[in-house]
Design a protein. Structure first.
Length: 471
C-alpha cells in the first residue's frame, strides 16, 4: 500500500511541530488516555469475539445436530451464506456507515464515526457467523476506532482533530491486537496502512503501542481466568523443519503462483464491489449464493464438510498445517478452487477483513506444492504460501511478522523464505496491476485507500476528496 508521494517532503516542513508535540505536556496525557482506552476496549472485544465464536458453534454444529443431521448437510452453506447476503445488504443500505469499507478495496485507517459502529459490527458479524469467507480484522479496526472516540468524547478529553485521530488509532490497535494475538502485529499493520513518514510515525506509534500492549495484557488474562475459547489465529504443535536449498529455490515460483491466484481473486472482488454499489441487494445475495454453492460443490466432489470452504479458514488452518495428509491432492485442488471463488465474491459484496482467508489459501497452496514439487517440505511450503498470500493484501511487513508468529517455534529456520515469498508476491502483484492498468483506465479505488495520513498530515480534507473521487 503506497504511503503517498509526499511523505518525505511533507515530513521536513512540519518536523519542528512534530517534535514539539512529542515533547509537549499534553502528549504524556494522551499516552495515559491510550492506556486507559485499551482496558475497556479489550473487555468489549473479548466479549465480542467470545460471542461470535459461540454463534459460529451454534450455526455450524449445534443447530444442524438439533435438526437431526449427523453431519453438516451439503446445502447448509447455501442457506446460511445466502441469508447472510440478505441481512448484510439491508445493513449496508439502511444503517449508518454502509456496513464499513469493502474488503476488496484494502484497509482504511480513517477514524470511524461512533454512530457508524453498530452498523459496521452488525454487517461484519452477520457475514462472519453465517459463513462468508471474510476475516474479522477490518470491523475490529472500525470498532476500536469508533468506541475509542466515543469514550474520549464522553470523558471530554481536550484536543483537536489530530488528538482525536491518535485516540482513534490507539483504539483500533488495541482491538486488532486481540484477534492477531500480538500487539506488535497490530501496530505494524496500522503503520503500513497509514503510510506515514518517520516524524509522524513516532507521533502515532507510541499511543498505539501503549494501547495495544495494555489491551493484549487484559485480553490474555481474561482468556486464562474465564477459560473461554477466543484464541487468536495460531498454529499449535507445528514441528520445526530444516530449510534446504530446494526450499529457497522453489520459493520464487511458488510465491509467484500464489500471488497470481490471489491477484485474480482480488480482481474479481473489486469487480463484484463495483456491481454491488448500484445493486446492493441483488449482488450481495447472489454473492452469498455463489459462495454457498461453492462450498456445497466442494462437499459433493470430495465427500468432506462444506464448512471447509465456508468461513474464514481460521479454525481449519491448524489442522491443514499439522495434518495435511487428511487431504488428497484432488481434494486440495478442489478446496483451492471453491474457496478461492467464494473468497472472491465475498471480498466484493460482504463486509470484513481480507487477511485470514488469504493466509489460509496461501497455506493450502503451500501444502499442495509440498506434495507435488520434489524438495519442498511441508513447513517451508506453509511458510512460503502464507507469506505470499498475506502479502497481496499490500501489507508486506505485517505479512512477514504475522507468518513468523503463526509458525511459532517452527519459524526459526523459515524466516528467509517468508521474507522472500512476501517480496516476490508484492513484486508480482505490482507487475500484474501495472500490466492491466496499461490496457485500460486504472480502476478507481482499487486498494490503497487514504487513511490516517490525511488526518495526522497537513491536508485533513484529502481523504474525503479522494474517496469521493474514487466512488
Amino acid at each position: 500500500m503506497s504511503a503517498g508521494p509526499s511523505n518525505d517532503a511533507a515530513d521536513e516542513a512540519p518536523a519542528a511541530d512534530s517534535d514539539v508535540e512529542l515533547r509537549s505536556r499534553g502528549y504524556p496525557a494522551l499516552m495515559l488516555v491510550a492506556a486507559l482506552v485499551g482496558i475497556p476496549l479489550s473487555l468489549l472485544v473479548f466479549g465480542f469475539l467470545a460471542a461470535v465464536h459461540w454463534l459460529e458453534h451454534v450455526v455450524w454444529e449445534t443447530l444442524p445436530a438439533s435438526l437431526g443431521f449427523e453431519e453438516l448437510p451439503t446445502w447448509w452453506p447455501i442457506a446460511t451464506i445466502g441469508s447472510a447476503g440478505v441481512l448484510v445488504a439491508l445493513a449496508v443500505k439502511h444503517l449508518p456507515g454502509r456496513g464499513g469499507h469493502v474488503p476488496a478495496m484494502g484497509f482504511d485507517a480513517s477514524p470511524t464515526t461512533p454512530g457508524h459502529v453498530p452498523g459496521i459490527v452488525l454487517a461484519a458479524t452477520t457475514g462472519w457467523v453465517l459463513g462468508a469467507v471474510i476475516g474479522p480484522e477490518a470491523p475490529l479496526f472500525a470498532m476500536g476506532s469508533g468506541l475509542a472516540l466515543l469514550a474520549a468524547n464522553a470523558a471530554k478529553v481536550p484536543g483537536d482533530a489530530r488528538t482525536a485521530a491518535l485516540v482513534a488509532a490507539s483504539g483500533s490497535a488495541a482491538a486488532v491486537s486481540a484477534v492477531f494475538g500480538n500487539p506488535l502485529v497490530a501496530v505494524i499493520m496500522y503503520l503500513e496502512v497509514v503510510g506515514l513518514g518517520r516524524r509522524r510515525t513516532m507521533l502515532l506509534v507510541l499511543p498505539c503501542l501503549v494501547s495495544s500492549g495494555v489491551g493484549a495484557l487484559v485480553f490474555t488474562g481474561l482468556g486464562r481466568w474465564t477459560g473461554l475459547d477466543v484464541d487468536a489465529l495460531a498454529i499449535p504443535h507445528l514441528e520445526p523443519a530444516r530449510l534446504d536449498i530446494a526450499d529457497v529455490v522453489w520459493t520464487f515460483p511458488v510465491a509467484a503462483v500464489v500471488a497470481v491466484a490471489t491477484w485474480g481473486i482480488f480482481a474479481i472482488g473489486r469487480r463484484t464491489a463495483r456491481l454491488a454499489t448500484s445493486r446492493t441487494m441483488v449482488i450481495t445475495v447472489a454473492a452469498g449464493l455463489v459462495a454457498g454453492s461453492s462450498a456445497a460443490l466442494y462437499a459433493v466432489l470430495t465427500g468432506r464438510s462444506p464448512a471447509e470452504v465456508a468461513l474464514s479458514g481460521q479454525g481449519l488452518l491448524p489442522t491443514l498445517a499439522t495434518q495435511p495428509g487428511q487431504w488428497s491432492t484432488g481434494a486440495l485442488v478442489t478446496l483451492l478452487l471453491c474457496k478461492g471463488l467464494a473468497y472472491a465474491v465475498c471480498l466484493g459484496a460482504f463486509r470484513g477483513g481480507p487477511v485470514f482467508p488469504a493466509i489460509f489459501i496461501g497455506a493450502a497452496f503451500g501444502v499442495l506444492a509440498s506434495s507435488l514439487v520434489p524438495g519442498i517440505g511441508t513447513v517451508p511450503g506453509l511458510a512460503i504460501g502464507m507469506a505470499a498470500g498475506a502479502a497481496v493484501t499490500r501489507l508486506p511487513v505485517t505479512s512477514v511478522v504475522l507468518v513468523v508468529l503463526l509458525l511459532g517455534d517452527a519459524a526459526a529456520g523459515q524466516v528467509p523464505v517468508v521474507i522472500l515469498a512476501a517480496v516476490t508476491a508484492m513484486v508480482v502483484d505490482e507487475l500484474l496491476s501495472d500490466f492491466f492498468s496499461r490496457s485500460k483506465e486504472k480502476e478507481p479505488g482499487a486498494r490503497g485507500l487514504p487513511g490516517l495520513w490525511t488526518v495526522v498530515g497537513p491536508t485533513p480534507g484529502a481523504a474525503s476528496a479522494r474517496r469521493e473521487g474514487s466512488s
